[in-house]
Design a protein around this ligand. Structure first.
Ligand SMILES: NC(=O)c1ccc[n+]([C@@H]2O[C@H](COP(=O)([O-])OP(=O)(O)OC[C@H]3O[C@@H](n4cnc5c(N)ncnc54)[C@H](OP(=O)(O)O)[C@@H]3O)[C@@H](O)[C@H]2O)c1
Length: 369
């Protein structure tokens, strides 16, 4: 089965039995149509040796695009990354180092002559309580996930501006939209990426540069060769041993670890189907700011947004006192005014009494005695 036929007739998180309908982005974004002519795009996929990146590289090559796939470790040789495909260039870089990212951008331009779409699938997280993670681990997650994304954008944006076209597809996570116990610093890096990209979008729109944050839920590897793949099922997470206060079986800080271990390789969302949608994102005319992938992402982010809205409604009266002309406000307002008038009248009476006392016509209390 070639990559293209593997992606046809599928739905992102649904079971294969319900999956006769073609897996496609909504018509409103003008996705590529099957069988229709489309431009051959040049992609760079950072993190192309990982769980999500490999599927995307395979998908883009299967659709006939040109791809630079980028790994970090020397075990991933440029030769092994090429996937026996002449449309693929394999490079190595460390996204924490801006200069090595810039070299990837430069070499891709030299090799393919242009760049249309840059994807950042590089990243990792440490599972452990916020209190348990040391400064080095936290900084390294920020260097990789946040600074890595910034390096990629800063190395390529001048080029995209110059050609007046370009697209970023940046892998965030559901952890970029809600706090997950046991993943605090990882969530913080993804929130930072979300803020960066959302702000940048307004700045670069006039240069015809677009960006989408991809928020996958829990993604399983399901390439045909997944079983032979030496990568761990939860490649992008390292698990830190918990300190005593966080180590008991029901500790909330162990939530992420329990989830990873409980799911094993039974994550509900397919990496192959996600890759097909992300590929369409590169080719569609009107990409969204966010693409959520899988039922877990949809449900958990929707629940989180609902709880934020409900809390906001419960507390908003502190910030919006009732206006005098609002319905129902008149009665209350009149009540307030009446109270105020009563108080003023009482004060005035007391003042008058005091003044009468001071006149000397009446004896002082002591004299009265
Ligand atoms: N899989 C999921 O369920 C899921 C869910 C939500 C979000 N995500 C996000 O999706 C992205 C991909 O996840 P994944 O599951 O594919 O992870 P993965 O299998 O661990 O792959 C991570 C990739 O990042 C690369 N990488 C790590 N550190 C790097 C560095 N300093 N410089 C350059 N490359 C580096 C790795 O290269 P090497 O292999 O050479 O080390 C690898 O290619 C991540 O940002 C992750 O947060 C994944």
């Amino acid at each position: 089965m070639d990559a293209r036929s593997a992606h046809d007739g599928a739905s992102v998180a649904g079971s294969d039995t319900s999956a006769r309908a073609r897996l496609q982005l909504p018509a409103s974004c003008d996705p590529p149509q099957p069988g229709a002519q489309r431009k051959q795009l040049v992609w760079i996929v950072f993190g192309g040796t990982g769980h999500m990146g490999r599927s995307l590289v395979k998908c883009a090559l299967g659709h006939g695009d040109l791809v630079t796939t980028v790994g970090r470790l020397f075990e991933s040789t440029p030769e092994s990354m090429k996937q026996q495909n002449e449309n693929c260039l394999g490079l190595l870089c460390d996204v924490r180092d801006g200069a090595s990212v810039a070299r990837v951008v430069e070499r891709t331009r030299d090799y393919f002559g242009r760049i249309d779409c840059i994807v950042n699938c590089s990243g990792y997280g440490v599972i452990g309580a916020c209190e348990d993670q040391d400064e080095h681990e936290i900084r390294n997650q920020f260097e990789t996930n946040f600074m890595g994304t910034l390096h990629i954008i800063q190395a390529s944006l001048p080029y995209f501006r110059q050609q007046n076209a370009g697209r970023y597809l940046i892998f965030s996570s559901t952890s970029g939209a809600l706090g997950v116990p046991g993943l605090g610093p990882y969530c913080a890096t993804k929130y930072a990426v979300e803020g960066l990209v959302e702000a940048m979008l307004y700045e670069v729109d006039s240069f015809n540069v677009k960006a989408t944050l991809v928020e996958p839920g829990l993604v399983r590897r399901d390439e045909p060769d997944a079983r032979m793949n030496p990568l761990p099922t939860w490649g992008h997470f390292l698990i830190k041993p918990a300190s005593e206060p966080y180590a008991h079986a029901t500790s909330p800080a162990l939530h992420a670890k329990r989830m990873v271990q409980w799911l094993g390789d039974r994550q509900p969302t397919s990496a192959v189907k996600c890759a097909e949608l992300v590929w369409q994102l590169g080719h569609c005319s009107y990409p969204p700011l966010r693409l959520l992938l899988g039922s877990y992402a949809i449900e958990s982010i929707r629940d989180r947004l609902r709880s934020v809205t409900e809390e906001l409604e419960d507390w908003k009266h502190l910030n919006f006192p009732v206006a005098p002309d609002a319905p129902g406000a008149e009665k209350d307002d009149k009540g307030d005014r009446d109270d105020r008038d009563d108080r003023d009248e009482r004060d005035e009476r007391d003042d008058r009494d005091d003044r009468d006392d001071d006149d000397g016509d009446s004896p002082s209390p002591s004299m009265k005695e």
